[in-house]
Write a new protein. Structure first.
Length: 212
């Protein structure tokens, strides 16, 4: 399948211009992974990275490898977990101010709500600052990392009252030592989702060469 075919397959609404994020994206309004039907656990990350945007394939390369490793390490099938983007366009120029990010978060909320209604999760984990803002209105991941916070949108609370908060996967790529902080958050979220995680000693600890 060519890159163009992948992009067409993985775009929800390729002509979406509800916010300025489409201006920086090659793959506009990218769908998530394992997100077409019910999944007990949904992990929301901020937005597609460069590799996903360029290839047209969600959660490409290292991001997907790290997440798959985490779930295998906790004896959870990656197929039981949906991965979704809070913002569905590659957004490297997104405002550094909370007020500047709010319009994009609001514009993309219709897709986020539709995904949650379709997936009917038992637990949600939000990784990264933008995801935290979208689901809780809070801004500092470090103040809430590893905890559950009440979701502030009634549409989300129709399914889960609270969401688990963790650092962005990007931190794992920059600092592998932070991988276990994200791992712990996803482990607790998997417990909430009824996936019965258990450390699998046959999956080696996080070492970059094991992901290659």
């Amino acid at each position: 399948m060519t890159n163009q075919e992948l992009k067409r397959k993985n775009q929800i609404k390729p002509d979406c211009k509800r916010c300025s994020c489409h201006e920086t994206a090659r793959t506009v309004c990218m769908r998530g992974h394992n997100s077409r039907d019910h999944r007990p656990l949904v992990v929301f990350t901020d937005f597609p990275d460069y590799f996903a945007d360029n290839s047209g394939k969600p959660y490409a390369l290292d991001t997907r490898r790290i997440l798959d490793w985490m779930f295998r390490r906790m004896s959870v099938s990656p197929g039981d977990v949906a991965l979704e983007y809070t913002l569905r366009c590659y957004s490297p120029k997104l405002s550094k101010a909370k007020a500047g990010r709010a319009p994009a978060i609001e514009a993309c909320s219709r897709y986020r709500f539709a995904a949650i209604a379709r997936l009917r999760p038992k637990a949600i984990a939000v990784l990264g600052q933008i995801s935290l803002e979208a689901f809780t209105g809070k801004s500092k991941v470090g103040d809430h990392e590893g905890t559950r916070i009440r979701a502030w949108e009634p549409v989300v609370r129709d399914h889960v009252d609270e969401v688990w908060v963790g650092y962005s996967i990007a931190y794992c790529l920059i600092s592998p030592s932070d991988t276990y902080r994200v791992f712990r958050v996803l482990y607790r979220a998997a417990e909430d989702a009824g996936l019965n995680p258990k450390l699998n000693p046959n999956i080696p600890p996080f070492i970059w060469r094991n992901l290659l």
